[in-house]
Design a binder for this molecule. Structure first.
Ligand code: SAH
Length: 385
């Protein structure tokens, strides 16, 4: 236990001093593995923590104090929770696991618009990546991962190349947001932001855990983020879209359509091949009808694959009676892929054809391409340093 307490001291110091030397801190932050049976703090609600404390003969109201330290002051080290008695500060470490996963890597893009973090939750698996993005016009966006790897085999996405490793737990998803909020605070930003499930994985194949996480994001006593500031991006899982409409009607839906032509979509998104495009669009329409929210259609622009005149016109056609926003994302290069990014001219040609047909369409400049933090680039460089 002694060792553990020393580790905990280290954690606290690292977290607090992060501003001094980020790169240095990276390697130091929390190297303790979560192998003990103590429940991890990020997996607990205030009520659950209170019940655990009570069962150990402690005062349940301490739970609220601890949660305030963590979620409001970003202080994870109980030794520094100054309104707890000195004895209790030591005891709580034996009951609850306050460790943080090891941060393997942190990279800031040249234009400073994106920072990518890679965390290792368990030592024998690839790291999980999260991206903090800044945009002059909008609130910062926290892009979170929902799985390690991905079971969908989209040919343009580097997460797909990892294969599916496992679903992240709600606590691991919550941790990513907590960490990036702490980062916002450290950089003196107002902690008001959006959350997008556009990191690694297919969120609608991990509904149970994302549901728990988004409930916590919304919970006023923790993150207090309005549903409207959250977006779930999916490859177009029909039952998942329905689930969102029924259970989380205020959360924004983004669907990666990527081609209006069934054969092309089957090729680039092979695991979605069984879902006819028409059924996907019908499900989105149904979602919009139930929720009244404006869905986003995401479309990765792949040179010579889905950017021609015919596909632009048929995209406009299949979406003509669906009020939506179309987000064109120029392909971000991934390793081992022969796919290419279209020239700006080709991108604008496609954009203009859709605009001429009255579509609400934007050409997105992906944040953080130079650090492989753009859409679809998470996991590109697992093996580099
Ligand atoms: N599985 C979910 C969320 C992860 S991908 C989904 O499919 O939506 C998030 C977004 O990044 C999707 O719109 C996807 O089409 C896009 N994307 C994936 N790889 C990309 C790449 N290499 N370049 C640009 N966008 C990419």
């Amino acid at each position: 236990m002694k060792n553990q307490e020393n580790n905990m001291n280290n954690h606290g110091n690292d977290v607090n001093n992060q501003g001094n030397d980020m790169n240095n801190q990276m390697n130091k932050i929390n190297t303790e593995e979560k192998t003990t049976p103590r429940p991890w703090i990020f997996s607990l609600t205030t009520k659950e923590l209170g019940l655990i404390l009570k069962s150990k003969g402690k005062k349940a109201y301490r739970a609220k104090q601890i949660m305030e330290w963590i979620y409001e002051k970003f202080q994870i080290n109980p030794e520094k929770m100054s309104n707890l008695s000195l004895d209790f500060r030591k005891e709580i470490n034996e009951i609850i696991d306050f460790s943080l996963p090891k941060m393997i890597k942190q990279k800031i893009s040249h234009d400073k618009s994106a920072t990518k973090f890679a965390f290792s939750f368990l030592s024998d698996e690839p790291p999980v990546e999260s991206v903090l993005m800044f945009n002059r016009k909008r609130k910062p966006t926290l892009c979170v991962s929902s799985q390690i790897g991905c079971a969908l085999k989209c040919t343009f996405c580097s997460t797909a190349a990892m294969g599916f490793i496992r679903n992240l737990t709600a606590a691991e998803i919550i941790f990513q947001v907590w960490f990036m909020r702490k980062e916002l605070e450290r950089r003196n930003f107002n902690i008001s932001h959006n959350i997008v499930f556009m990191g690694m994985g297919e969120p609608l194949l991990n509904k149970k855990e994302i549901a728990q996480a988004i409930d916590v994001f919304h919970d006023d006593s923790r993150f207090g983020i309005s549903w409207r500031n959250m977006t779930i991006s999916t490859a177009g899982l029909l039952d998942g879209i329905k689930w969102m409409a029924e259970n989380y009607p205020q959360i924004n839906l983004a669907v990666s359509l990527n081609s209006p032509v069934q054969q092309v979509r089957n090729e680039i998104m092979p695991t979605q091949a069984s879902a006819p495009i028409k059924r996907v669009v019908d499900e989105i329409r149904n979602h919009a009808k139930i929720t009244g929210r404006l869905p986003t259609i995401e479309y990765v622009l792949l040179k010579g694959v889905n950017t021609g005149r015919t596909q632009a016109l048929s995209l406009a056609k299949i979406l003509e009676d669906l009020d939506c926003r179309i987000n064109l994302i120029p392909f971000n290069p991934t390793t081992n892929s022969k796919l290419q990014t279209p020239e700006l001219e080709e991108q604008e040609f496609f954009l203009n054809l859709l605009k001429e047909r009255g579509m609400k369409v934007t050409l997105r400049r992906s944040s953080g391409k130079d650090i492989n933090a753009g859409c679809g680039q998470l996991a590109t460089e697992l093996s580099d340093n």
